[in-house]
Design a protein around this ligand. Sequence first.
Ligand code: FES
Ligand code: FES
Length: 181
Amino acid sequence: MQVRITVNGVEHVNEIESRQLLVHYLRTTLGLTGTHWGCDTSQCGTCVAWLDEEPVKTCTVLAAMADGHRVRTVEGLADGATLDPVQVGFMAEHGLQCGFCTPGMMMTARHLLDHDPDPDEATIREAISGQICRCTGYENIVRAVRHAAGHPSHPSDAAGADPATDGDSAVVGEPSQEVPA
Ligand code: FES
Ligand code: FES
């Protein structure tokens, strides 16, 4: 079957198998490997991307269901060389170790901050409760989202940062990069 899906503002028309999951469409068909694939059972949340304006676990959505819709992935967070404040927050607060959960966490965080620009800790923990991080114990992730909330639209936050456009495990840049306080 043919699907027409706008991903990060770019329209794609592809022939796919009707059974193909959205996560595999993004990763395999489009090569956007920033959306990670973990449990495949809607447990871990590492595959979260946006379908239209809502975060979804893309391992439980058929690509066919996105036909005619918009998808936003972690590769669509940065504005060119300017990182999203959420990406800056994860860098500044060391909100990751292995980075596997990070793309999904950041997509959920961006959605939260778009709807609640100043969430408290409990609200952040509730927002990411559908996602599992096996590395950080969540403390730094919560701090990263709080950091982003304090920098809602601060282009200079990204000064010196690499856009890291492929969004894979190094999505928020190399650890050695200088990060603003
Ligand atoms: S891979 Fe989708 S929730 Fe784990
Ligand atoms: S940083 Fe490793 S799973 Fe979250």
